[in-house]
Design a protein around this ligand. Structure first.
Ligand code: MN
Length: 266
């Protein structure tokens, strides 16, 4: 009995120590503190900007360890707090003995971050304007300068092609293998559509990933409207590359607007 009580006390102590691990890293390293705090704000912005709803998530690579990343536990983005942030390895395994429920689709993040050293932040969501492109084979392409990063068009991840022997999945990227397949479909681009599900976006920073998600969704709406009117003039690959270089220097401006909006509502 005494031993059992001792074990339980030790377990409680261990989980307490482990649960503080992200917090400890924040205390020890200002870059980690900034990344985690920015990740929390980004969660709120993505909800405020209709890029996510009760579902969807954003991750950031650990600035102190390129082989791990931070992602909230399984809660709605709008309510994420610093204490909700967990740390994962590149197989989507929770670290620090953290046993809290994680997002089932954390493998989207591990799959992309593992193979793309140029990407430090990944967003996954289901915003409805994006969906028709993955369904019809109509390519999501940049119709204006704000979403120039879409380049020559977003590839589509077809989960049926990677789910063997039974192609009838629940549509979730819920394993390291499916995360790797999604990342492979994304290739060297920064945006991938997921047929019948949503999208994943990547960027070198949290701010850039948020910017790209918001404007890719706007692009999807504008492109659909334009297609109803007639022949659409897309940005040429040259225009897309030039416009991307210019616009992505200015992402601090919308970030300031969006972050001040969510601070006011807290
Ligand atoms: Mn999803």
């Amino acid at each position: 009995m005494k031993n059992k009580i001792f074990s339980l006390a030790l377990l409680a102590l261990t989980s307490q120590v482990n649960a503080a691990s992200v917090q400890e890293q924040m205390e020890q390293n200002p870059a980690v503190k900034t990344a985690v705090e920015e990740l929390v704000i980004a969660n709120h912005i993505l909800y405020d900007q209709n890029a996510v709803d009760g579902y969807g998530h954003i991750s950031v690579r650990n600035p102190a360890n390129p082989n791990t990343f931070f992602l909230a536990r399984s809660v709605a983005p709008s309510v994420v707090k610093v204490e909700d942030i967990m740390e994962f390895d590149m197989n989507g395994k929770a670290l620090n003995g953290d046993t809290r429920v994680a997002y089932g689709e954390r493998f989207i993040h591990s799959g992309v971050l593992k193979t793309r050293p140029d990407i430090n932040s990944v967003i996954h969501g289901h915003a409805s304007p994006i969906l028709p492109y993955g369904l019809t084979g109509t390519t999501l392409k940049p119709v204006y300068h704000m979403s120039a990063f879409l380049g020559e068009g977003a590839p589509v991840f077809e989960i049926r092609n990677f789910a063997q022997p039974n192609p009838d999945t629940d549509m979730f990227v819920s394993s390291p293998e499916l995360g790797d397949a999604l990342s492979k479909t994304m290739g060297l681009q920064y945006f991938v559509l997921m047929r019948g599900h949503g999208y994943a976006a990547g960027a070198s920073s949290i701010k850039m990933a948020v910017f790209r998600s918001v404007y890719a969704i706007q692009n999807a709406s504008i492109q659909a409207e334009a297609m109803k009117m007639g022949q659409v003039q897309y940005l040429t690959p040259g225009e897309a590359a030039t416009a991307q270089a210019t616009i992505e220097k200015t992402i601090g401006r919308p970030w300031q607007l969006w972050s001040e909006r969510v601070k006011k509502t807290q």
